[in-house]
Structure formats: C-alpha cells, structure tokens
Design a protein around this ligand. Structure first.
Ligand SMILES: Cc1cc2nc3c(=O)[nH]c(=O)nc-3n(C[C@H](O)[C@H](O)[C@H](O)COP(=O)(O)OP(=O)(O)OC[C@H]3O[C@@H](n4cnc5c(N)ncnc54)[C@H](O)[C@@H]3O)c2cc1C
Length: 704
C-alpha cells in the first residue's frame, strides 16, 4: 500500500537502504515498498542515489567496495559500519548544497559591499580631485547608521580595545611569540555563523530512529561529507593567490583566519566521522573487528591515516608553536596536509565513495596556484640574457638590512604592496613576506637623475641627493630629519615627473628587513660581518600581494607607522605627492606619524625620505611627526617647528586624531602598520572620532 507523499517524505525512512527501484518510487513521491527496503545497497552503483549536487562525475560504474574482512560474515550484509548503510545521502547532499549556496550568498554580499565601497570611493576621487577642490561635502557622514556600523562592527575589536596585540603567557612575558590574537567583532560574527551552521548540519539526524547504530551511522555519513566539503575552503583560503582576494579586495590576513577555522571544523568533523565508525564497529564485534578492518581495508586504513595526520596538524598549529618555529611549522604543515589529503583521496577512491570531485577540486586549486606562482617567479626573476635576480644586502644601523632586488623584467608596483622574498643562500626552504619600501625604474633613473641634478645648485652637499654612502652621526641623523625637513634638502624642491602612472613598472625594489631570530638574523649578521657592511647574492621575489588601497580619494590621510611599519607608508607618501603634483588625487593633507625606539631607525629610510622631502609641493601637503620612544640622551630628539617634528616618548593616537579631526579636508583615511598594541591604540582612536566625520580605517599587520 502506498501512502500519500508529504513535503518531508523525501527524508522519511532515510536510514533504510533503498534500491534503485525504491528510489524511483521515492522520487515519484511514493513510499518504497517492503521488497525494496529489504535489500542492502552495499554493491549498489552510485547512480542509484539521487544526487542533487554539483559534481563532475557522480556515477561511476562500480558500486561501493573495500570494506575489508569481517569476523562475522553476516556483517557484510547487515551492519551499519561500512559503506553507505544507514547514511542519509540525500540529506547529506542537500546540506552540502545549502553550504555551497550560503558560501556564494556570502560572497555575493561581500562583493556588493566592496563594489558599493569602491564605487563611492571612485566617485569621491573624481569629484574631489585637484589641488583647490572644495571637499566640504565629503567631510561628513551622511548616514549616521553607517558610521555606527563601522564603529561597532566593522572596525570594532571583539572587546573594547584589544585586537592585534598578542596575548602573552603570564610566565613568559618576554617570549618572542604570544598566544595569538582575538578576531575582530565582524570576523567573530562570521566565525559564529560558520560554527553554528556546521554544528546544526552535523546534528540534523533522524533522532526518532529506534536503533542508535542507525543514528551513529548517519552521523558518520554526515560528518564525513562535511569534512570533505570543508577541505575546499580550507585549501582555497590558504592560497596567497586566492582569486577571492582579487575580486573582493579582502586581505589575505582575513582569509587566513577563515582558513584556520575551516581547518579546525574540518578536523573536528573528521575525528567525529572516525569515532562514529569505530563505535559501530566496536558495538558489532569489538576492537578486534576495528583492527581487522584497518588491516584489510585500504579505504579504512587511509581514512585513519588522514584523521591522525589532520589531528596532528591541529596540535602543531596553535599560535605560540606556529610563531616560535614558523619556517619549520610551514614546511611540516604543507607536507602533512599533502599526506592527509592523499589519505582522504585513497579512502574515498578505494571505497568508490561519491565525494572524489571535492578532493579533485582541492588538488586542482592547490596545483594551479603553485604553478601560477612558479611561472610568475621565473618570469620576473630569471632571464636567459641577464641570469637570476641580483640581490644587494646592506646592514643598517638600528638592526635592520636594506635588501635591494634587481629584477630581470619590469614589475608592476602598487603602493602598500608586499612581496615574498626568496634568498636561497640564507634560507633554502622558505620565503618571507616584506613590504616594498621603495621601488624604482632604474632603466630610466640615470637620465632622470641627470635632469634633477641640473636643477640643484652646485654647492649643495652630496647627501642632499642621497648619494652619500657615509653614515651620519646620531646628531646628524636627528637634525637631518629634525630641522624643518632634511637640512638643506628642504630648500630644493625637485619638480615631479608628470608621467608617473599609479601602477609604475619598476626594475628595482628595496625592502627593509628588521633583524629577528631566524633568516633575518642570518641576513643581518652576514652583511654586518662584511668590511663595507654589504654583500651581494642571488634570489627572487614573488608578488606583488596586497596594496588594494589607493588612498587617493581621501582629502586627508594619516599614516601611523610603528618601527619597521614605515616600509608600508613610504610608498604611499611618495606616490600621493606625485599625484598631488599632477592634480590627480583628492589628497591635500598627509600626516605621517612614525614611532621609533631611537634615531638609529631613521637610517632605514633616510635616502627615500630625502627624496620625498625634496618633492614638489611637499611643504603644502606633508607633515611628519617622529616619536622617539627610547632616546638615549636629550640631544637625540631635537624638537622643531615646521613640517618635521620630533617628540620624545610614545605617541598618543587619540590626541592626534582629536587634533586632526577639526582641521581635516574632505574624507579622512587612517592607516596603521606596526606592533599589535600600537595598531590597537590607533584603532581605538579612530573609533572615538568616527561619528564626527567621514573616516575610514585600514590596518596592515606584519604577521599572519
Ligand atoms: C604582509 C607582511 C609584511 C611584512 N613586512 C615587513 C617589512 O617590511 N619589514 C620587516 O622587517 N618585516 C616585515 N614583516 C615581518 C617579516 O615577515 C618577519 O619579520 C620575517 O619573516 C621574520 O623572519 P625570521 O626567519 O627572522 O623570523 P623568526 O625570528 O624565526 O620569527 C619571527 C616571526 O616572524 C614571522 N615569520 C617568520 N618566518 C615567516 C615566514 N616565512 N612567513 C611569514 N611570517 C614569518 C613569525 O610570525 C615569527 O613569529 C612582514 C610580514 C608580513 C606578514
């Protein structure tokens, strides 16, 4: 007798194995008859399942297989611990589709937001561009709610202030790495959605079923399906060249956070999947059957390998361990992930389960990205005529090195971008991220320099031109920045070339690498040991990455830099000054606030600052405030008036913001790059004034 189909009838009897015939009934809205129910689908071909999911090849010829040997031969027919017996595959795919749809809905939402944001900025840029433009309209928030959303959600830390400031283990306050950071409020919201939906999907089981083995089998199927599906975002979000970064403009940092959480959820589901399997096997025939299944089934054995490997990865990935042994962590991580994924692949393939396309997609994404990186690295760094990229390393005062790469092909530079630097003679197996502090086109530089030289009086000291390689004394360093700009430099403004586009092709890029404890220490020590503190080697860069913000639509820009974070800011300042001279940006006011421990750090960017301070209109637009937090003597910090001011002690971002807000022109952009605590104080200062005017906040963190 056939019952009347209800909207939920598709899910009724879902723990009961169905034959193809039964499923046809099912689709037709008919309840399967008892003759269809009785037959186990162990050897049923995959096309027997109604797959409402986007896979390339869901219907291979053979049925499920490789269950190993059984202590009791009856298990092959009736038990819940192998194949898809008891697994509600229909609901599994439905939920998988819901997850995929949710992902695309979120992506569409982010895209819409980004397009509106970029459209608004572009409009502002066009309307406010030019030196004399009246920008009063753009100064204010025209939607109070939007300012409140930015203050309380988008820019808000989870609590009141702390976001990028790492938690330290109380007993290890001086340890180089901390316990990690807290996600922002917005990111926490995303993570809560991710966690609750996954939990709900895992628990959407047929709890009314009388046999608990059936519920456990269903849980095994569900967690297995979700775990495999979650590998896709886990891999995608870890890729540096994740296409979503380009289309959404969301930072790698944010994707990295999502990568970590997707991975945690995926491993948790994989562990649950394995436990659910083991519980049913144990119930059926004890631990002897577990051992026998693992020994005689390739699928089970590799599934177990994958679960163990992924669990091990989670144990080795917490922030303190990760940061303490970053390179070892990264290389081991990649190796283990590869083993884990191969394990899952064999587990699925050997049993002929229908999830193989998910894994194939993961391998394809990873492989394609690796291939793309290799191609780009080779293209910019290797040439048949010129050989491999030459690298010059100079040890500077203030425990840092200037590393200059002479690329083999012109490279597109955008201010604020960073690269991954490869220096195989110092670190064979790793690359390190560094902001591009300065980029030049050296092919046309000599000609340009000659033209500029002609404009400079012949009695100007050579240091003005930044061509002196002599190290100035501490006093000279201080006064060089301190007296209303660079000593004599400020008297000479070099007209800016009118033909510099936003994305300039460059041939030479320079990085400032502060000495830490790994590769950067080896780099510094090697250069410092040389007679002229310089050595040359070969290497490569990979990138550019980041640099999505242009800042050209803001009438006022405040750049906060802490220590080596200045590398992120210098490029923006020089770029905006060039645009200002051309009349192609809205920016009319730039304040660069740089906090350094002592004046030795000024040496890092001296030659570039010299160039910036000589740029046309610099005095109309740019002010620099230097905060020297640990001056060794009073004379080290020369307090001045004018466009470069020096202060002893820490800077207080709240005071700076409160002073700058009433004097702003147009919309204000605030960016920060520096240590976590410093960045948090700037974030707090921005949130304090965000409802008083149009202010955007952009943070660049030097850590993943
Ligand atoms: C986007 C970005 C831009 C950066 N720009 C600069 C810059 O302009 N100047 C500068 O001095 N530093 C910059 N850094 C930091 C720089 O990458 C690290 O200081 C450097 O990698 C440390 O190398 P190490 O072997 O000496 O590290 P270690 O002393 O071994 O470790 C110090 C810390 O550096 C980080 N780190 C180490 N190796 C890597 C790696 N391969 N990839 C990512 N992080 C790593 C880890 O968090 C670790 O805790 C930037 C970092 C990022 C993420």
């Amino acid at each position: 007798m056939h019952s009347e189909p209800s909207p939920l009838s598709l899910f009724s009897n879902r723990n009961v194995p169905l034959t193809m015939h039964g499923l046809l009934h099912h689709h037709a809205g008919l309840a399967p008859s008892s003759e269809h129910i009785a037959i186990n689908h162990v050897n049923m071909p995959r096309e027997a399942f109604p797959y409402p999911y986007p896979v390339a090849n869901p219907a291979p010829a053979e049925g499920l297989r490789d269950f190993g040997e059984f202590l009791d031969p009856d298990f092959e027919e009736s038990s819940y611990f192998h194949g898809l017996t008891g697994v509600d595959q229909y609901l599994n795919y439905l939920l998988a589709n819901v997850m995929i749809a949710t992902f695309f809905a979120l992506l569409a939402f982010v895209l819409c937001y980004r397009w509106v944001y970029m459209g608004h900025k572009h409009l502002r840029h066009l309307m406010a561009m030019g030196k004399e433009q009246d920008q009063r309209y753009w100064m204010y928030n025209h939607h109070a709610k939007w300012a409140s959303i930015k203050k309380n959600i988008l820019y808000a830390p989870l609590g009141s202030v702390r976001h990028n400031n790492e938690y330290k283990i109380p007993l290890l306050k001086n340890a180089p790495s901390g316990m990690g950071t807290l996600p922002s409020r917005f990111h926490t919201l995303l993570l809560v959605v991710l966690l609750t939906t996954n939990t709900a999907y895992c628990l959407a089981l047929d709890w009314t079923h009388l046999e608990s083995d059936a519920v456990i089998a269903e849980l095994r199927g569900r967690t297995g399906q979700l775990a495999v599906l979650n590998i896709i975002p886990t891999i995608l979000f870890a890729l540096r060249n994740n296409p979503l970064i380009y289309i959404t403009g969301v930072s790698y940092d944010a994707f990295n956070l999502l990568h970590r959480w997707c991975a945690r959820i995926m491993v948790f589901e994989a562990v649950l999947h394995t436990i659910a399997w083991a519980v049913n096997v144990h119930r059926a025939s004890g631990s002897a059957q577990i051992a026998l299944s693992l020994a005689t089934s390739k699928s089970f054995a590799w599934g177990m390998v994958a679960t163990v490997v992924f669990s091990f990865i989670i144990l080795t990935a917490p922030a303190p361990l990760r940061h303490a042994f970053y390179e070892t962590f990264l290389n081991l991580h990649r190796l283990l992930v590869m083993i884990g994924m191969i394990g899952v692949y064999i587990h699925i393939d050997a049993a002929n389960l229908p999830h193989l396309p998910y894994l194939q997609l993961c391998f394809a994404l990873w492989g394609a990205e690796l291939f793309w990186r290799m191609v780009k690295i080779c293209y910019y760094n290797v040439s048949r005529k010129k050989g491999i990229t030459k690298v010059k390393v100079e040890a500077l005062q203030g425990d840092a090195c200037r590393v200059t790469f002479e690329l083999r092909r012109p490279w597109k530079y955008t201010p604020g971008c960073h690269v991954h630097a490869y220096l195989p003679t110092l670190a064979l197996w790793s690359s390190h991220p560094f902001s591009v502090a300065w980029a030049e086109d050296r092919t046309s530089a000599p000609e340009l320099e000659m033209r500029e030289l002609e404009k400079v009086p012949s009695n100007a000291p050579s240091q003005v031109l930044g061509i002196s390689h002599r190290r100035p004394s501490a006093a000279a360093r201080a006064s060089s920045y301190g007296k209303d700009g660079v000593t004599q430099v400020t008297q000479i403004e070099v007209p800016t070339s009118k033909s510099i586009p936003r994305e300039a092709n460059v041939t030479t890029i320079s990085l400032i690498c502060r000495k830490r404890t790994g590769m950067t220490l080896a780099l510094y020590n090697k250069a410092d040991a040389m007679p002229n503190k310089t050595f040359t080697t070969w290497g490569a860069i990979e990138g550019p990455y980041g640099g999505h913000e242009t800042f050209a639509s803001y009438g006022t820009l405040i750049l906060f830099a802490g220590g080596v974070g200045i590398t992120h800011c210098v490029g923006y300042v020089s770029h905006l000054l060039k645009m200002y001279a051309q009349g192609t940006c809205a920016t009319q006011k730039i304040l660069l606030v740089w906090s350094v421990p002592n004046t030795e750090s000024l040496e890092w960017v001296r030659s570039w600052m010299d160039q910036i301070l000589r740029m046309e209109h610099r005095r109309d637009v740019l002010r620099i405030q230097l905060y020297v937090t640990k001056p060794r003597h009073r004379g080290e910090v020369v307090s001045n008036t004018g466009s470069v001011q020096m202060f002893p002690g820490r800077c207080n971002p709240s005071t700076i913001m409160a002073k700058e807000m009433p004097e702003r022109i147009g919309a204000m952009g605030v960016t920060v790059c520096g240590p976590g605590a410093f960045a948090d104080s700037v974030r707090k200062a921005v949130r304090e004034v965000i409802e008083d005017g149009a202010v955007d906040f952009i943070e660049e963190a030097f850590t993943y």
